[in-house]
Design a protein around this ligand. Structure first.
Ligand code: ZN
Length: 677
């Protein structure tokens, strides 16, 4: 998980989007098209197949993909636009040191496979020697801090972000880490599929360690790493626990950290990173940090070195030679996600530019591709959705007046961001040369030093963007009470300037409603209008909310995503509630818009039917079994199929639009439907 994203609620998992690769051109169809549908299936039997069956058949998974959906089609398009921009930058030869020059150089350094393959794994040799040369654990801890400084955290992460109980100020925060498989369940679950992943992980480790010259020690090192990572996994919070803001908040004076966590020299650790005189700190997961202390104490120096070396090697494979990348892909791509073939080189290079100079790239992207008219229409849509959600809040009979008032206050206080930031990030102090690994080290160090400069002991900058403008995604940030829609998502099939309201409310309208609802989902509702984690609900209203939300949790818990594998209704609750609220609020906004400007039937569908078809079409996707297993463990979003077939049975307007009755497989009796918003 990207720690910076921990608190944000997105429309889809950011990892999912980044992991996607190129696919050959797909035919884009404007608006609703029966070609995207499967008319052999009745809407009430399997609405997902009915709405997206044609699309799914026309877009089978290619070898590169673990999952490919309409989202990815758009990402693909954005990638091509960015590639074109970079190609122009390379041709025109920009002023050395300018943003254009930095982007071109970073891209070219990633594309230069001849230089990378010649160097092999040698670029990390000096860093390996620093670890192997440590004479005692104290020296090793210095390397832990040095590696964090270079963007390669070992046992845990640190970051600076809003203090959730004093949201206008930034706070230094420690966060659990150190497990390469990402989720604790991978180390602990005993089902066959998970055991296979663990076995493959150890095989992968051995192969890569052999490649880097550790043939003799590889077996022992693999055992060391596996033992230490399993210990850390046991002490780590699950993805579900990490969604609970109160459970991840343990602010203390720095002096208490020093006193209560004596196994680590914190003053020295932060001094090396570049921070002194820290007053307060949040230990997000105390058990995980305590376990690091125990590991440091109980494991011998050699075992700790194995662990550190592995972190260094594993986190560097994308920046070294092709052989290492291939070994890494065979595990993370093939075994964990089910893809058969790695991304093409240009996509990996673009990914590196996006991760390190993303906002700079976004600046060039919006100048070329984002029309002002799109922003204007979007701002207008957001206003209409805000009005509709306000009406829904007022109409809730289970909420008391005082809670409603506070909810409306929060809704009216939304900080709205559309397209791109008002001020751009300054990269002028970042040095980019011809060597990819050195560039990455420079970028990581720049990132951390920039964060310290901008955030350490400073108030929160509410104008900061947590996504780049070209990103195909959207988010709600509870600590600033903000909703953000980057330029990247404001395109077909989410948004279409040439299409009518039925289409746009069903697509981007639901996305807007989804992000707004996050402000009132099981997590978001714990934050007030100023972004502080504080309970503004009456106890009775809070209880009634929980009872209602439990309907959705239980409903998703019984969904079987693969034979014998159930969805995780608790992990996905916030997202499922946001989909539910998004659909309801967008439908209401459409109905209001139609009172002023009635819509006619088109392509044989009523406006209401087109609304639901546009919504379902956002989630058209094909997905491999391995990816289903991975997402079920880690992703707070439900699988694409269930964002349609799990969400719609709780929407009364959907029954009405398609004449769904109790004879249909997807029918849910009214008293079993979620009644929220
Ligand atoms: Zn979301």
């Amino acid at each position: 998980m990207n720690w910076k994203m921990t608190l944000l609620s997105l429309i889809l998992s950011s990892g999912a989007a980044n992991a996607q690769n190129a696919q050959t051109d797909c035919k884009e169809l404007p608006g609703i098209s029966v070609e995207n549908m499967d008319l052999n299936v009745k809407p009430g039997t399997d609405f997902y197949q009915y709405a997206c069956g044609g699309w799914r058949k026309a877009n089978p998974l290619t070898a590169e993909y673990a999952e490919f959906g309409t989202f990815d089609q758009l990402i693909e398009n954005n990638n091509k636009q960015q590639q074109e921009l970079i190609r122009e930058l390379i041709e025109k030869k920009s002023v050395p040191g300018s943003l254009e020059d930095q982007i071109a150089r970073l891209y070219l350094s990633a594309m230069d496979s001849t230089a990378r393959n010649q160097a092999g794994w040698q670029p990390i040799r000096p860093y390996m020697e620093k670890i192997t040369g440590c004479k005692n654990k104290k020296e090793l801890m210095t390397q832990v801090a040095q590696m964090q400084r270079l963007g390669m955290p070992a046992f845990f992460y640190f970051f600076i972000g809003a203090d959730v109980k004093n949201s206008s100020m930034n706070l230094v925060q420690l966060y659990q880490g150190g497990i390469c498989l990402g989720e604790r369940e991978y180390y602990l679950d005993e089902d066959e599929a998970t055991k296979k992943v663990r076995e493959a992980y150890q095989k992968y480790m051995k192969e890569l360690l052999n490649y880097c010259g550790y043939e003799k020690e590889a077996d022992r090192m693999v055992a060391d790493v596996m033992r230490i990572e399993t210990r850390l996994a046991k002490a780590s919070y699950s993805a579900t626990q990490q969604r609970d803001p109160e459970a991840n908040y343990h602010k203390m004076a720095f002096s208490d950290l020093v006193k209560d966590y004596p196994g680590i020299d914190w003053t020295e650790y932060f001094r090396i990173i570049g921070m002194e005189n820290i007053a307060e700190i949040n230990v997000s997961q105390p058990e995980a940090i305590h376990e690091v202390e125990t590991v440091l104490q109980e494991e011998d120096l050699n075992s700790l070195k194995s662990f550190m070396l592995w972190k260094l090697i594993d986190s560097s494979t994308s920046y070294l030679d092709d052989a290492m990348r291939q070994i890494s892909f065979s595990f993370y791509g093939k075994v964990m996600s089910g893809s058969e073939q790695d991304r093409p080189r240009w996509k990996k290079a673009l990914g590196i530019v996006e991760s390190n100079l993303g906002e700079g790239m976004g600046r060039l992207y919006v100048e070329r591709y984002f029309p002002q008219a799109a922003k204007d229409r979007m701002v207008n849509l957001i206003k209409n959705l805000q009005t509709a959600l306000g009406e829904r809040i007022r109409e809730q009979e289970w909420m008391s007046e005082s809670t409603k008032e506070a909810a409306l206050d929060k809704l009216n206080a939304f900080h709205v961001k559309v397209g791109y930031p008002d001020k751009w990030r300054d990269y002028s102090n970042l040095k980019i040369g011809d060597n990819l690994f050195e560039n990455i080290i420079n970028c990581s160090e720049f990132e951390i030093q920039n964060t310290i400069k901008e955030k350490f002991n400073k108030p929160v900058d509410t104008d900061e963007w947590h996504m780049t403008p070209q990103t195909v995604n959207a988010y709600y940030n509870p600590t600033t009470n903000e909703i953000c829609f980057p330029a990247g998502i404001l395109q077909y099939p989410f948004f279409d300037m040439n299409n009518d309201d039925a289409f746009n409310y069903g697509a981007i309208g639901v996305v807007i409603g989804h992000e707004m609802t996050h402000g009132f989902d099981d997590k978001g509702r714990q934050f007030d209008k100023n972004g502080n984690l504080t309970d503004w609900w009456t106890p009775e209203d809070g209880k009634r909310f929980e009872e209602r939300a439990a309907v959705m949790k239980n409903y998703f818990n019984q969904i079987e995503v693969l034979p014998g594998l159930k969805a995780n209704g608790e992990l996905t609750l916030g997202e499922n509630l946001a989909d539910h609220g998004g659909i309801k609020v967008a439908m209401l906004a459409l109905q209001k818009a139609m009172q002023e400007k009635p819509l006619t039937n088109k392509e044989g569908f009523t406006p209401e039917q087109r609304f639901f078809l546009a919504y379902a079409n956002l989630w058209g996707a094909n997905i491999r079994e391995e990816q289903i297993r991975k997402q079920t463990k880690s992703d707070p979003h439900s699988l694409p199929e269930w964002r349609v077939n799990g969400a719609l049975p709780h929407i009364d307007a959907w029954y009405k639009a398609f004449g769904i009755t109790d004879k249909d497989a997807m029918f849910q009796p009214e008293d079993k439907r979620l009644k929220l918003w």
